[in-house]
Design a protein around this ligand. Structure first.
Ligand code: SPV
Ligand code: MG
Length: 312
């Protein structure tokens, strides 16, 4: 596998010329060999943990990034804040990162600016959804207005014209979330395919996979299908393999795990007025240093510092 950090160092901060993250994500999403799994990350640390666990690609989740910044998943975080977090995830993981671009933060012009910036920061792809700005998380409330299909298709075209194949473009329809039904979801997926999308993300808030399976059955893999089984989490992945789904996004589980773990630790420390009890249950400092590559820094110091510096 190509060492992305080396190519980054060799080429300087403009990684536009380095297409390999997009190529790798495209290969993963478009290959019909097996299901691809993308693991949520909301910062560099959660990205590093996902990589160590063995994931080959990352979902930079809008909900999770917003939550870690203390914002609601309602476009409260700005596109530039998202782009900054994405850069840290890309740097720490050196994996293909599919970024949740929400609706593109405005019209075609905002969407193509976001896409260009994401490409510059090393993202492999962007998922754009047909919700109206400001969006609301798909699982919150019942008001989920969606954009006009022609306007959103033109937004996708503008992104494609800007980033060409250097950033994978996943078009996400919220038609089912908004209650518009399967015909509307299929019509939109067709329009977005015609606009140049590389894959279709079909989202559902049902607790069973029926809706997305019905979509996949009618869609017949005209473009790869990406799903987010947050609510229908009981469905085994063999069902998705059988249905010809391309990619499964585990969308928010590191963020939710972190909340549960932090709650537990904070609760015990305040109750016990001691950190002795929780010490065996949390990451050791050596694990932190290992995760963030302190050994590489030590090797670099031995190589680049003067011997006299090392003795100080
Ligand atoms: C996200 O992770 O931000 C997503 C998936 O877009 S969902 O929260 O299910 O809308
Ligand atoms: Mg989102």
């Amino acid at each position: 596998m190509q060492d992305q950090s080396q190519s980054f160092l060799a080429k300087g901060p403009d990684r536009c010329a380095d297409l390999s993250f997009a190529e790798r994500l495209r290969a993963a999403i478009c290959s019909d060999r097996d299901l691809t799994f993308l693991m949520e990350a909301h910062d560099a640390l959660s990205g590093a943990v996902a990589k160590r666990a063995g994931f080959k690609g990352i979902w930079a989740s809008g909900l999770s990034i917003a939550s870690s910044l203390g914002y609601r998943d309602a476009n409260e975080a700005s596109w530039s804040q998202i782009v900054d977090v994405v850069e840290r995830i890309v740097d720490s993981t050196e994996l293909p990162v599919l970024v949740d671009g929400d609706s593109g933060f405005g019209n075609f012009n905002n969407a193509r600016l976001l896409a260009r910036k994401l490409r510059q920061r090393g993202a492999a792809g962007v998922a754009l959804e047909d919700s109206c700005f400001p969006k609301m998380n798909s699982f919150v409330g019942d008001r989920h207005p969606i954009a006009d299909v022609d306007e959103f298709s033109a937004r996708l075209r503008a992104v494609k014209d800007t980033v060409a194949d250097n950033l994978v473009l996943v078009a996400r329809t919220e038609a089912l979330i908004a209650g518009h039904g399967m015909d509307e979801a299929l019509l939109r997926a067709s329009a977005y395919a015609a606009a140049g999308a590389d894959a279709i993300l079909i989202h559902s808030r049902k607790s069973t996979a029926d809706e997305i399976l019905s979509f996949a059955n009618s869609w017949q893999s005209r473009l790869p299908v990406v799903i987010v089984p947050t609510k229908y989490y009981r469905t085994p992945v063999s069902t998705y393999r059988d249905a010809g789904i391309s990619t499964v996004i585990w969308a928010n589980h590191s963020m939710r795990a972190a909340i549960a773990a932090m709650r537990h630790v904070c609760g015990r420390i305040i109750a016990e007025e001691s950190i002795a009890g929780i010490e065996p249950h949390i990451a050791t400092l050596d694990q932190v240093f290992d995760l963030l590559g302190y050994d590489e820094l030590a090797r670099a110091e031995a190589r680049y510092l003067r011997p006299s510096d090392l003795q100080q």
